[in-house]
Design a protein around this ligand. Sequence first.
Ligand SMILES: Cc1cc2nc3c(=O)[nH]c(=O)nc-3n(C[C@H](O)[C@H](O)[C@H](O)COP(=O)(O)OP(=O)(O)OC[C@H]3O[C@@H](n4cnc5c(N)ncnc54)[C@H](O)[C@@H]3O)c2cc1C
Length: 482
Amino acid sequence: MSEHFDLVVIGAGPAGEKGAAQAAYFGKSVCLVERSPKPGGAAVNTGTIPAATLRESAMQLSGLRRKGLYGVEFHVQPDLSVADFMQRERQVIESAWHDIEENLARHHITTVQGAARFTGPQALEVTRHGNDGRSISGDIFLIATGTHPWRPDDVPFDGHVVIDSTDVPRLPRIPPRLIVVGGGTIGATYACIFAALGSSVTIVNARPRLLAQFEPEVSDAMRREFTRRLGIHVLLDTQVTRIDTQAGLGYVTVADGTTLVADCVLYCAGREGNTAELGLENAGIATNARGFIAVDEHYRTSTTHIYAAGDVIGAPGRASTSMEQARVAMCHAFGLRYKQAVSSVIPYGVWTIPEVATVGMSEQEARARGLSCEIGMAGLQHNARGQILGETTGFVKLVFGRDDQRLLGATIVGEGACEIIHTASAVLAHHGTLDYFIQAVFSFPSLSEAYKYAAYDGLQRVQKRIAESGGLAERPTVDGGR
Ligand SMILES: Cc1cc2nc3c(=O)[nH]c(=O)nc-3n(C[C@H](O)[C@H](O)[C@H](O)COP(=O)(O)OP(=O)(O)OC[C@H]3O[C@@H](n4cnc5c(N)ncnc54)[C@H](O)[C@@H]3O)c2cc1C
């Protein structure tokens, strides 16, 4: 006999958990099906939290934060395994599991462990370790099954020498030499972490820029930092033609015939939707070639009582947006006017070394749209807190309308970038202008104070342009800002 719920959610990652809690909060009966023994999905178990915790440990244990500040060089003890660093990660993950389980229990959500598969548009079969399926039906479904790393057939993944990002937390040791194939978010993040831990790292990127979702100025700054500060060897515009293993080593051959050798090859060239085993054909839902599900603006699939949210619907593929998409989807599904759309102001932060974060439009994007815009820059080496932290190259960059000084976007490189970007998010969300930064009192010494000087710089640039064009400076009058 089938058990029936108002809502059945598949996947207990950020999207599944928050979608389930949203509906349950408003009194719906909810069943959450998760194939893994523990909740949290990629965010808690294999992606965000392990990477962020490993980064934090690398920053602390490598002394990278302190390097050069006290005239003392710090080095990571040789022969440390990733697991040594992962002790802290384990504690953080266990706390996250506990918090999620408590949240689900508090909302009286029924949890079922097993792999879910549609047997029809209104019903699932859930199997565990090949045991007989349990039938679950629902009025509404939320597919929140996430993604897994793309594994091309010609790459000999073995979990030790040739690995993907899910293998990183299980690495037996820090590889003395590491080749990272892919210079996107995940590849760049792990390249930095391992370089900080003492690995000799080479990034091979098929694209002409690292972190290509950022504007060229940022990609260039990041590449300089990777090379100068971390000693990473960066190969751009370079196609990998072959990956082999031999005698415990990885060999990566690139288009010009050069073969690179390393103890470990980390392959990070995109992700695919976890949809192949969902029986979507039984529910009338198709996917694209990468296994992603198409949805409308309410996160409805082509079968309208089945919603999908999070990484399984494709970009931007962030925990932050996954949670919000699922909440919005469930509000729509149950006619709750509580939350109707995901905010258009989406901060995008990457915990590389240094951190980089952006929100709103880049200068490049604003100009491509034909907007009359100006920028304001402040280097963190001139910021008191930045000086204390030993920042030498980080910056805050603001993009704003030249005529009305309305903020269009912000990009920050450097320590704390992923935190302080939220000030720009708030100003953007409230359609604020540079005046906010000019008038605001920022704690001193704080990295956030750099916003004020970026705003002053922006206003000076506007004045300069007016002066150069022979016009009168109508607004604003600034005193140089410092
Ligand atoms: C290395 C790395 C670093 C990252 N860093 C960041 C970051 O700094 N910030 C950020 O915002 N995002 C980051 N991300 C992305 C983030 O992890 C994802 O965006 C987020 O986890 C997506 O949430 P989700 O709920 O859509 O899917 P997932 O977290 O992937 O969860 C999906 C769940 O569905 C379950 N499932 C799948 N199929 C079935 C089935 N048939 N039956 C039952 N259960 C099933 C899976 O077991 C899993 O638990 C990172 C990712 C990686 C890999």
